[in-house]
Design a protein around this ligand. Structure first.
Ligand SMILES: Nc1ncnc2c1ncn2[C@@H]1O[C@H](COP(=O)(O)OP(=O)(O)OP(=O)(O)O)[C@@H](O)[C@H]1O
Ligand SMILES: [Mg+2]
Length: 296
């Protein structure tokens, strides 16, 4: 018998396009995530990263393209995507603020509990058993993310960094095979960020593939097996951390440096020349200020 682990394709997004009226937020993006992988999705603000996540999870129905999980094309409906095995967290935290930490995780479990409505209403033995098992699993997850001691606290009373971790626990409660994280360290201090790094590695080690959006490049390049770069809705580059870090187009996209000879250079030079000329003529023709007192 061999102990070789085989890699399987967990997520396969093909040619995903999302248009909002005249704006194409995501343009023909393909992305694969394999079992055992942590894949990063980076790009400047407004590049289309969250929109792409929304297409993957059925929150948006993509204008074009398909999303498959473990070989099956998913219908674009959030609850069907979750029950298929994809869980996510949100860039803007979405917790039930007035529920406890534990209750928030229990909400995340509902797609995995088979007990139906009648069973819940009658609170029969089947329901009680399922409820006890859910409770146990939820506490296990809280322990995993380091929040078991706050199980009874209201979610709204948690510091921001802990709310982000609670979102991860709630996502894990649906027992996913793929976890999508949208800026998991936003608003965290450097120490919390390092702890979150360890958490993501531990999640991967439990056999859950991870696709993560982050602006913290150290986090991305420390963790990810592969990184894809979105710029203006299009995938610009994809590769290992080393390849992506060294790519001049990526550096340019982040720093806003125009590529050499890029269209637009001439226009910029023209505008600068015109501005300089205007400044000179203003200096040489005094008394041309036509503003009245009302304008000031
Ligand atoms: N529901 C919507 N309706 C119209 N336009 C939208 C909608 N959602 C996103 N957009 C637009 O799509 C573009 C991409 O936005 P998106 O939020 O996906 O970017 P992002 O890469 O996640 O940026 P950030 O790093 O700031 O979170 C933006 O121009 C945004 O205004
Ligand atoms: Mg976003």
């Amino acid at each position: 018998m061999t102990t070789m682990t085989t890699t399987t394709t967990v997520l396969e997004a093909k040619d995903v396009t999302m248009r909002f009226g005249g704006l194409t937020a995501v343009r023909s993006v393909g992305l694969t995530v394999n079992s055992g992988e942590i894949v990063g999705l980076i790009g400047p603000n407004g590049a289309g990263k969250t929109t792409f996540f929304n297409c993957l999870t059925g929150l948006y129905v993509p204008t074009e393209g398909t999303v498959a999980y473990k070989g099956t094309v998913l219908p674009p409906k959030p609850h069907l995507v979750t029950s298929a095995g994809i869980a996510r967290t949100f860039q803007n935290i979405r917790l039930f603020a007035n529920m406890t930490v534990l209750e928030n995780v229990l909400v995340g479990r509902h797609t995995r509990t088979k007990e139906g409505l009648w069973s819940a209403l009658l609170r029969g033995p089947g329901f009680k058993k399922a409820e006890a098992a859910s409770h146990e699993r939820a506490m296990e997850l809280l322990d995993f993310i380091g929040l078991a001691h706050k199980a009874d606290h209201l979610a709204r009373n948690l510091p921001y960094g802990e709310q982000r971790k609670l979102e991860i626990a709630r996502a894990l409660a649906s027992e996913p095979g793929l976890l999508l994280l949208d800026e998991p360290t936003a608003g965290m201090n450097p120490q919390e960020t390092r702890v979150t790094e360890e958490l993501v590695l531990a999640i991967r080690d439990q056999g859950i593939a991870v696709l993560v959006i982050e602006h913290d490049m150290r986090f991305i390049f420390n963790l990810c097996d592969r990184v894809a770069v979105l710029v203006q809705g299009e995938k610009l580059v994809e590769g290992t951390s080393e390849v992506v870090q060294a790519d001049e187009r990526v550096i340019a996209a982040y720093l806003g440096t125009p590529f050499e000879g890029a269209p637009g250079d001439e226009e910029v030079a023209e505008v600068e020349a015109a501005e300089a000329a205007q400044e000179t003529s203003a200096k040489t023709t005094p008394g041309t200020d036509t503003r009245t007192e009302d304008d000031q």
